[in-house]
Design a protein around this ligand. Structure first.
Ligand SMILES: Cc1cc2nc3c(=O)[nH]c(=O)nc-3n(C[C@H](O)[C@H](O)[C@H](O)COP(=O)(O)O)c2cc1C
Length: 215
């Protein structure tokens, strides 16, 4: 069995330099994201994979990984099924938290913010950039609903494949993008002896306030 108490790692990276702390936290995020992408040590690691946490009206929280698919001036985008668990929770509480972890850099980034659906045009445009197999998959899957067997899903996908052969796959009615507009960012850099650096930006009445936090 794994000895969990013995799982321990020292973070020997340098801290967060003041010069990295630009006025706009989205600019810091973009710089860190580019740094993570360019230094990513393994092709299987998706630097744009982020843990997204949502909650329903009763305060029940769920988390899952989704892919970051766009960064705009003051928001980030991801795409999913609107009738999934996350979609239902976002309909009940249009607020979410997102977390990135880039372990080879000893870095974590946390964002929170209000979430809204992107426009139908945006979803349409993104949907048609996806590989055809992924488009068929999105059309076939009633994401987060019960499925009798994997064969049932494969059969639905095969039927849709022949139905739309030679034609564009239509954007599923319940599929599309969400835009999260951060009201807070936290940049975490692991350091020796657990004396990590944490810098949080909070949007306070339209302006970004920046503070360092104890690790
Ligand atoms: C690396 C990775 C990337 C994923 N990307 C997405 C994505 O972009 N959109 C999505 O709907 N689900 C994605 N998933 C699947 C979700 O984690 C999740 O299983 C699914 O969205 C259903 O979640 P829900 O029932 O909480 O709504 C991804 C999973 C992994 C492991």
């Amino acid at each position: 069995m794994v000895d969990f108490q013995d799982l321990r790692k020292e973070y020997e990276t340098h801290g967060i330099d003041e010069s990295e702390l630009l006025d706009e936290p989205m600019d810091v995020f973009k710089t860190w994201f580019v740094g993570a992408s360019e230094s990513c040590p393994a092709p299987w690691f998706e630097t744009n994979a982020m843990t997204l946490s949502t909650s329903d009206g009763k305060g029940h929280i769920t988390s899952r990984v989704v892919l970051l698919k766009g960064v705009d001036a003051d928001s980030i985008r991801f795409y999913t099924n609107y009738r999934s668990t996350k979609g239902q929770q976002l309909a009940a509480n249009a607020y979410a938290a997102v977390n990135f972890h880039w372990p080879w850099l000893g870095r974590q980034v946390r964002l929170t913010g209000a979430v809204e659906k992107t426009s139908r045009e945006d979803s349409e445009t993104y949907f048609h950039t996806r590989p055809r197999g992924s488009q068929i998959g999105a059309l076939a899957s009633k994401q987060s609903s019960e499925l009798d067997s994997p064969e049932v899903l494969a059969q639905i996908a095969a039927e849709l494949e022949s139905k739309y052969e030679g034609q564009a796959v239509p954007l599923p009615e319940a599929w599309g993008g969400y835009r999260l507009t951060p009201d807070s960012f936290e940049f975490w850099q692991g350091r020796l002896n657990r004396l990590h650096d944490r810098v949080v930006y909070r949007n306070e009445f339209g302006n970004w306030a920046r503070r360092r936090l104890s690790p």
